[in-house]
Write a protein that binds this ligand. Structure first.
Ligand code: FDA
Length: 315
């Protein structure tokens, strides 16, 4: 593993948890300029404009109202209200291709970590958002967070899918358990977003080196493509992108039965190239004021992003 992995990644990830660094950083205006590359704005109008831009270019979207790890029930309620307002505003975008609109939701933003009944509150909140999404003809996917939250999240997803079968979730290839989770969800026809994983995890639960993670990603992808579900290939990695089409063809998947996904601001040209080649591509767009945790994970996963940040600070 590289110096970046051993030294910088843990430092940055630890920094993400520091309230003091967070407050300082959020005051730096130069940081804000850099953040804008990954987060198009803080308001509903900002995100609606970004959605419009992606749809006009032939992409689909998934929207993340930023926030995570709340231990304040009123903040969880505010997050639900923000998602409901967003979903109520979506029909105003006019006619869109079916399935083009989606929201991505973190259960820890909906109260999963509240000291009492956290899981129950998060599930009820997710159910409210799923109902609003259904009303707006939009999809919903539950994001993956650190490994300690996986069992509870998957239980909530199973329960939500009884009423809203289109509820999807994220599985992280770096976790040793994920092949088994892929098999389960692929068998039940679920929408599954496969990503490598973005949290600092102990080797007991996650593969420690990149090559192992890449191999696990491809094994998981085969399971999903072979199954009855809708695989969502969330990666910027040229190898994963290329293999996705190869594996899909191997299992005779028709176009439109799976899709690529990338983050807003990352490999934008590649996103357009894939659309032009006839592939389905969805862009993950985060918005809101609570951008810190999201932004730091983007810096930690790629030295080039960090370089971009440091150059902007210096200049
Ligand atoms: P990785 O970072 O391994 O990079 C591999 C290669 O991709 C690089 O060598 C380079 O060639 C190319 N590349 C990557 N970034 C590039 C850039 N900025 N410019 C040019 N080339 C670049 N994680 C999580 O834990 N829970 C979640 O819920 C989600 N959700 C999610 C949704 C979506 C739509 C995406 C795309 C990703 C996530 N993730 C996530 C994040 C994910 O786990 C992972 O951290 C990042 O996607 C980075 O991994 P990649 O597979 O993209 O490539």
């Amino acid at each position: 593993s590289t110096l970046f992995d051993t030294l910088l990644r843990p430092t940055i990830t630890a920094a993400a948890r520091s309230e003091r660094i967070k407050q300082t950083s959020q005051r730096w205006s130069v940081t804000e300029k850099v953040v804008r590359r990954f987060v198009p704005g803080e308001t509903l109008d900002d995100v609606l404009a970004a959605i419009r831009g992606e749809l006009d270019d032939g992409l689909a979207v998934t929207i993340d109202f930023l926030g995570e790890d709340t231990v304040d029930e009123s903040q969880a309620d505010a997050t639900v209200a923000a998602y409901v307002s967003l979903l109520e505003a979506m029909p105003g975008l006019g006619p869109v291709r079916p399935g083009a609109l989606e929201v991505s939701v973190k259960l820890t933003a909906l109260g999963q970590r509240l000291p009492e009944h956290g899981a129950k509150i998060a599930e009820e909140n997710a159910r409210t958002i799923a109902a609003a999404a259904h009303q707006a003809a939009a999809l919903i996917t539950i994001d993956a967070e650190d490994h300690a939250t996986v069992d509870e999240r998957l239980a909530i997803v199973r329960s939500l899918r009884q009423d809203f079968p289109e509820v999807g979730t994220v599985l992280q290839a770096y976790l040793r358990r994920t092949e088994a989770d892929c098999a389960e969800f692929a068998a039940t026809g679920a929408r599954i977003r496969l990503c490598k994983g973005a949290y600092a995890e102990p080797p007991a639960v996650a593969y420690p080196d990149r090559r192992q993670v890449d191999e696990a990603y491809l094994r998981c992808l085969r399971i999903l493509m072979k199954g009855n579900g809708y695989p969502m290939v969330a990666s910027h990695d040229p190898t994963m992108i290329e293999e996705a089409s190869i594996i899909a063809a191997e299992f005779d998947r028709a176009p439109g039965t799976w899709e690529h996904q990338m983050l807003y601001g990352i490999r934008v040209d590649e996103q357009r190239r894939l659309v032009e080649s006839g592939a389905r591509v969805r862009v993950y767009i985060p918005y809101g004021t609570e951008w810190y945790g999201y932004f730091v994970r983007r810096l930690a996963e790629r030295p080039a992003n960090l370089g971009f940040f440091l150059r902007a600070l210096a200049g």
